[in-house]
Design a protein around this ligand. Structure first.
Ligand SMILES: O=C(O)C[C@H](O)C(=O)O
Ligand code: SF4
Length: 516
């Protein structure tokens, strides 16, 4: 097994940077379905560009490289202790090489271990099989979509679809509700794995394992196939669309599995995965550990190169005045902000500051280290690398889910005079009220487009609170051409509230029984 370490390292790099072929095909099919020129269509093109850039740069597709979860099948006699040691080493080294973000955090203190190793991380499951080779599968599922997983205990009364009983129709209602409650916050269009039965633990595990199926496979179980087909057809009628911008495509895949349950329990567990659906596997020679093959079609087989070149060409050929973009340079004035409305595309130049969970909590009762009057705060936990000269560089930097900052954001906007909050998935009524009172906007960037945004950060001007860990620190970034859409304005309008309301109405239209 002398090559095992290298093979696992290669698997990590491939999984983080090169979206598999079956996932790419699903993204391409969504691009065809989405109406040209809409916000969702535009976002899908950015996503496609980002997939291409990640492959070319060999850099993370999304900055949140998730909870690395390894599932290993090996023949009897294979040394699992040695394999585990090599996996840990490969994870730590891939983190050092900026292929994974430092994502392992002490749950109580928030201290970042810095190498992705720690109690419970990474997750490693071994199973024996009767084959002679070894298979190592890896899934990198990010935190934002993980937060959108949901488990139902039937019977239940669900918002929109009403009573869900202990039958196939009840399951249908749970799955549709799961898609609705995720809105755009898990970086739709997403993939869902559904586990029917088990207990609370094994049900979730079954759901996650469904995500390991090929996107284009067909369920051999006729009833489950019916549910999958129904969900794929109807989820897209909810109108949530890419990033919750509204649109034709909300779901890219649905896989349902079943296991036995206890008479008293009936769980339907749903694992939601963002479009940045990073999972890959390698088949290894059990003697040498060399790679004999890949478990899923490799990204390189389904190219986004042509589309990338076409969109670059189009950008070059569209004159500035036709782009319908509003260019703002920080610090931004109240007057500039008040002139913006939902739907406007804003391009930010100047300095931007990152800030997420730890910083928002901290700023509630501390001063800021710099003047934030007129500032743009970016909800982002980037992947950063320090060069030999001690300079920091942004390696991947897409937005994080903003709603987590809802308890703090309104107060912080007012306390420090912030004018623009940038993130994804939208925020709630408290923030909307503060944007109106103070004169601020919320800009929705495209979740997962970490390479696309990283190129907008020309220089790292400084960093504060590095002790919070790299993702949670406050990075001050010289920015050029950072484009995002106004989804909450200073006049009380919120695209997120509108899409949520409309999709709930559409969900309610699916209330009547389908599977009797
Ligand atoms: O942690 C992050 O950077 C993003 C997270 O995966 C999210 O979707 O909110
Ligand atoms: S930011 Fe979006 S694409 Fe990235 S891990 Fe989170 S949910 Fe997935």
């Amino acid at each position: 097994m002398q090559h095992f370490y290298q093979s696992v390292y290669d698997l990590i790099v491939e999984t983080s940077t090169n979206l598999p072929g079956d996932v790419r095909r699903a993204v391409q099919a969504a691009q065809i379905k989405e109406d040209n020129g809409t916000r969702s269509a535009l976002s899908l093109s950015r996503i496609a560009d980002n997939i291409h850039m990640a492959e070319t740069n060999v850099s993370p597709i999304c900055q949140d490289t998730g909870m690395p979860t390894f599932i290993i099948h090996c023949p009897v006699g294979a040394n699992q202790i040695v394999m585990k040691k090599h996996i840990l080493e490969a994870v730590a080294n891939a983190t050092k090489a900026s292929k994974l973000r430092t994502n392992s955090v002490d749950s109580l203190t928030g201290a970042n271990s810095g190498d992705n190793l720690g109690p419970g991380t990474p997750v490693i499951h071994f199973e024996q099989w009767e084959r002679d080779d070894v298979e190592v599968k890896l899934i990198l599922k990010g935190g934002g979509c993980e937060n959108k997983n949901i488990q139902y205990s039937l019977p239940a009364d669900l918002e929109g679809v009403g009573k869900a009983g202990r039958d196939l129709d009840g399951i249908r209602k749970c799955v549709m509700h799961a898609v609705y409650q995720a809105q755009g916050q898990g970086c739709s269009a997403g993939f869902i794995g559904v586990g029917i039965g088990g207990d609370r633990t094994s049900g979730y595990e079954l759901a996650k394992h469904q995500l390991l199926r090929h996107v284009d496979d067909v369920n051999p179980h006729p009833d489950l196939r019916k549910v999958e087909e129904y969900v794929m057809e109807h989820a897209n009628t909810l109108g949530i669309g890419t990033m919750g911008f509204g649109g034709q495509v909300t779901l890219l895949g649905c896989k349902v599995g079943v296991m036995n349950r206890l008479p008293a329990s009936f769980f339907v567990s749903v694992a939601y995965n963002c479009w940045a659906f990073r999972r890959q596997g390698v088949i290894l020679n059990a003697e040498t550990g060399e790679i004999n093959g890949w478990s899923y079609p490799r990204g390189t087989e389904v190219s986004f190169q042509e589309a990338f070149e076409a969109s670059a060409e189009e950008a070059r050929n569209t004159p500035q005045e036709e782009r319908r973009e509003i260019v703002l340079t920080t610090p931004i004035s109240e007057e500039q902000i008040r002139s913006l409305k939902v739907g406007d595309v804003v391009v930010i130049n100047g300095t931007m500051h990152t800030g997420r969970d730890a910083l928002h909590k901290y700023l509630m009762d501390h001063d800021a280290p710099i003047d934030l009057n007129g500032a743009a705060i970016y909800h982002c936990g980037p992947v950063m690398a320090k060069d030999d000269a001690g300079e920091w560089h942004v390696k991947a930097a897409g937005p994080t889910t903003s709603i987590r900052e809802e308890p703090y954001q309104g107060d912080i906007i007012k306390k420090f005079g912030i004018r623009a909050v940038i993130g994804k998935g939208g925020m709630g009524p408290k923030t909307l009220a503060a944007l109106k009172d103070h004169g601020g906007v919320y800009l929705n960037a495209i979740g997962g487009a970490a390479q696309y945004y990283a190129q907008c950060f020309k220089k790292v001007e400084g960093v504060d609170y590095l002790e919070f860990g790299i993702p949670e620190a406050m990075w001050h970034l010289e920015t050029e051409g950072f484009a995002a859409i106004v989804t909450m304005d200073s006049h009380g309008n919120s695209l997120h509230a509108d899409v949520e309301k409309n999709s709930l109405e559409k969900l309610a239209a699916l209330k009547e029984p389908v599977f009797k």
